[in-house]
Design a protein around this ligand. Structure first.
Ligand SMILES: [Ca+2]
Length: 254
């Protein structure tokens, strides 16, 4: 009697385990499905996992003048450029640029959008500023905007949006800026700029600092979510897949 009861309990545990694994598998499938369409608006990204990693960059290009490490790409008193595969234009509207940002030493540090050799928008720690923000380049006067987060040596997630034609005045663009802030409706800074200050296309990105700057999980996209969260690293995707395979194996054995 006791033995049979035990067997029954064992069967029920088995059924429960199979149900649990099936549940986990469907959750995994759902998360992969959720990741795929969310990345549809990604124009360029780099997880800095290896030299030449990332998508949306000119064929054969890579960041130079810096070093790759576990926390990203670091420049030290240097600038590093990488051209886009094709020009990023105002047809990608609004345009979001997101990255992990860690700086050191008392100097400027930032990621900049360039049109050819002309720097157009700087994002990070503008020269001598005590808070993070950005600077719109202009031959006569730079326009600096700042968020609420004070400059330190911790890692921060920064997102900048260019809303082409979204400014209050005629022909004005609007720039919105978030630091460690995942609420799109409440940016840390909002500024309108004359549309003639910002070009309608960008050809390359620059990572630069007069001190040290580490950047990771860089994402240029047309969605706040993609640029805030960053694109999952291939390692994460492989782990998800491995988890699925392992669960299947366990299920077959059971
Ligand atoms: Ca990385």
């Amino acid at each position: 009697m006791n033995k049979q009861k035990k067997k029954g309990n064992h069967m029920r545990t088995k059924v429960k385990r199979t149900r649990l694994i099936l549940g986990l598998l469907s959750l995994m499938a759902l998360s992969i499905l959720a990741i795929t369409p969310a990345n549809a608006g990604v124009i360029a990204s780099d997880d800095f996992s290896s030299v030449g990693s990332g998508t949306g960059w000119a064929a054969g290009s890579s960041w130079s003048g810096g070093s790759l490490g576990p926390s990203g790409f670091t420049v030290f008193g240097a600038t590093s450029f990488r051209p886009f595969a094709s020009s990023v234009t105002d047809s990608n509207n609004p345009l979001y640029i997101g990255f992990d940002f860690t700086r050191n030493f008392d100097s400027w540090a930032g990621v900049s959008l360039f049109n050819g050799s002309s720097e157009e928008l700087f994002m990070g720690r503008p020269f001598q500023q005590s808070r993070y923000g950005g600077e719109v380049s202009d031959p006569s006067q730079g326009l600096i905007y700042l968020g609420n987060v004070s400059v330190d040596t911790s890692a921060h997630r920064m997102v900048t949006q260019i809303d082409f034609g979204g400014g209050a005045g005629p022909g004005e663009d609007r720039i919105r800026f978030w630091v460690d802030n995942s609420t799109e409706a409440a940016p840390d800074a909002t500024v309108d700029v004359d549309g003639s200050w910002l070009p309608s296309l960008f050809t390359q990105l620059r990572i630069g600092s007069n001190g040290s700057l580490t950047v990771d999980n860089l994402t240029v996209s047309t969605s706040f979510g993609d640029s805030y969260a960053g694109v999952p690293e291939p390692a994460t995707m492989s782990l998800l897949a491995l988890g699925g395979v392992a669960a299947l194996r366990r299920r077959r054995k059971a």
